[in-house]
Design a protein around this ligand. Structure first.
Ligand SMILES: [Fe+2]
Length: 280
């Protein structure tokens, strides 16, 4: 296995490994350590099926199987293998998307930060790449926290924030009506259990309110923090190639995707390792 750090604020490219062969515990530990060190790891030119991806995911830790809201209608093919979902804008014969979060730009977020135990690792395997756009961006939240101006640090350090996600929209949810929407209070700054480093754990898509402040008073503070954290100096933007497999550390980075056209096929196979309760 060869690890080549990217010329970017995070990330490494890993070659010399075939992920069809499920790693033994020693190799899995090595891969986990590399993901923790670089936060985003890209394994190019992989060819594996859903079963092999699931076996690989399992070797890194317990596979996240999403409990979705009762009224959630999952796209037909998306959850046919428990633990695997397709992020896809490809339509079936009725014009319905065959995967989750099908279309367009998506703001920066941490996966499932609106649940009590956010995901540890997210993995995406690229099957179809749009001709234009649909890139994934990751933001280095260690650096974002380290460089945050002191006055903003004081507003959030040691506090929790409310994280909310409404599956019905890719925008902020309606805060007046949170009854049937998943939500969780999480530390604004987390201490990473693997290295003891502090990382910013708020994001534009899902974080709505700082503990002890109203939504109105929280908004300008959070917006300033998001503007800081999303600066290009902290971000790596990845243009996908078919066969790319990416693993990222969901406590260390946020991610977002850039715009692409609705008819421009984009399809990724996603799996996750579930996480634990976060520590401030
Ligand atoms: Fe995500």
């Amino acid at each position: 296995m060869k690890v080549t750090p990217l010329d970017a604020p995070l990330g490494a490219r890993i070659t010399g490994i075939d992920l069809r062969e499920t790693p033994d515990e020693a190799l899995a530990a090595e891969i986990r350590a590399i993901v923790h060190e670089y936060s985003v790891t890209i394994f190019p030119d992989q060819t594996f099926n859903a079963k092999q991806q699931l076996a690989f995911t399992k070797s890194l830790g317990p596979v996240r199987k999403r409990k979705l809201p009762d009224d959630y209608v999952s796209p037909a093919s998306s959850y046919e293998t428990p633990g695997i979902a397709y992020v896809s804008n490809i339509r079936d014969e009725n014009g319905e998307p065959t995967g989750v979060i099908p279309d367009g730009e998506m703001w920066f977020h941490h996966d499932t930060c609106y649940t009590d135990e956010p995901d540890k690792f997210t993995m995406l395997y690229s099957i179809a790449v749009p001709k234009v756009g649909g890139n994934t961006m990751w933001g280095n939240m260690y650096q974002a926290w380290d460089t945050l101006p002191e006055d903003l640090k004081k507003e959030i350090h040691g506090k929790n924030a409310l994280n909310v996600y409404d599956y019905a929209t890719i925008d902020k949810p309606d805060l007046e009506n949170l009854e049937n929407i998943e939500k969780a209070w999480q530390p604004c700054v987390v201490t990473h259990p693997q290295n003891g480093r502090e990382a910013l754990f708020v994001n534009r898509l899902m974080t709505c309110q700082i503990e002890g402040l109203s939504v109105e008073d929280s908004s300008p503070i959070l917006d300033s923090i998001f503007d800081h954290a999303e600066q290009r100096q902290f971000v790596y933007e990845h243009q996908w190639s078919v066969g790319d497999f990416v693993i990222w550390d969901n406590l260390a980075v946020t991610h977002a995707r850039t715009h692409f056209e609705i008819g421009d096929d984009r399809r990724l196979r996603r799996s996750k390792v579930s996480g634990d309760k976060l520590v401030a």
